[in-house]
Design a protein around this ligand. Structure first.
Ligand code: GLP
Length: 242
């Protein structure tokens, strides 16, 4: 069963997540990180940046693979996850260009791009620590309700509620793309260790469905109960339905 750590607030979640990431980097030469976007991990990237600037942490030799990217957004679009990751993290730390990866949102052939992404993860030796958020509907990455547990990196359609939840990340008048490339549930479950972050009352129902309901594709995050090394770091508000 996932290890559940309920902390006082978002700051405590950030500190613990940053500590776990630093520990994997210290323990694993050439550590491979699985990274997530969204609002929840923003403070974690800020903390990692600060620690790197203070000389407490180096990302030299670390490799990273992000969970997902919107389809049809060029990397330089301000709402792409490429832009997010460069702005929040990559451009501020000593992770080498070429050592960080996201799915190719501009791929002509998304199926082929998904296959190549799987190969690249495998060639890097697999993911040592995968950071995850959780959608209000229980999604992980962009694996929306119904995503098969044996899914791999592929093109997916976004749920209307996900498009609405992420619309504020887009410039005025622009709506998020309808599709994305995302690691699959099986891809995520292959990570050696998984850390899921959930903060705020909006995530309370999803966390309860993930942990208390049946293990079923209707709640993609419930698949994590099949993994032997999952830590959930949440605040009291996100834990309020448990
Ligand atoms: C987004 C991302 C997920 C993220 C989730 C929650 O759509 N694709 O990777 O974990 O939704 O986002 P937030 O942290 O902003 O609530």
């Amino acid at each position: 069963a996932p290890e559940l750590t309920i902390l006082d607030d978002g700051d405590a979640v950030t500190s613990e997540a940053a500590r776990m990431i630093a520990a994997v980097i210290a323990d694993t030469p050439g550590a491979v990180l699985g990274l997530a976007t969204g609002r929840t991990p923003l403070a974690v990237y800020a903390r990692l940046r600060e620690d790197a600037a203070a000389g407490k942490l180096s990302f030299e030799g670390v490799r990273s693979f992000n969970l997902d990217e919107y389809l049809g957004l060029p990397p330089e679009h301000p709402a792409s996850y490429h832009s997010y990751m460069r702005r929040e993290f990559f451009d501020h730390v000593d992770l080498r260009a070429g050592d960080w990866h996201l799915p190719d949102g501009m791929a002509d052939d998304p199926a082929a791009a998904g296959g190549r992404y799987e190969v690249a993860i495998r060639q890097a030796g697999g993911i040592d620590l995968q950071l995850l958020g959780i959608g209000e509907n229980g999604h992980i990455g962009f694996n929306e309700p119904g995503a098969p547990f044996d899914s791999r990196t592929r093109k997916v359609a976004l749920a209307a509620s996900t498009i609405a939840a992420n619309a504020s990340e887009f410039p005025d008048g622009q709506t998020p793309p309808s599709h994305a490339l995302t690691m699959g549930i099986a891809t995520i479950l292959e990570a050696r260790r998984i850390v899921l972050l959930a903060t705020g009352s909006k995530k309370a129902k999803a966390l309860d469905a993930m942990l208390s309901g049946t293990i079923d594709p209707a709640v993609p995050a419930s698949a994590l109960r099949l993994h032997p090394a999952v830590t959930i770091l949440c605040d009291k508000e996100a834990a309020s339905c448990l």
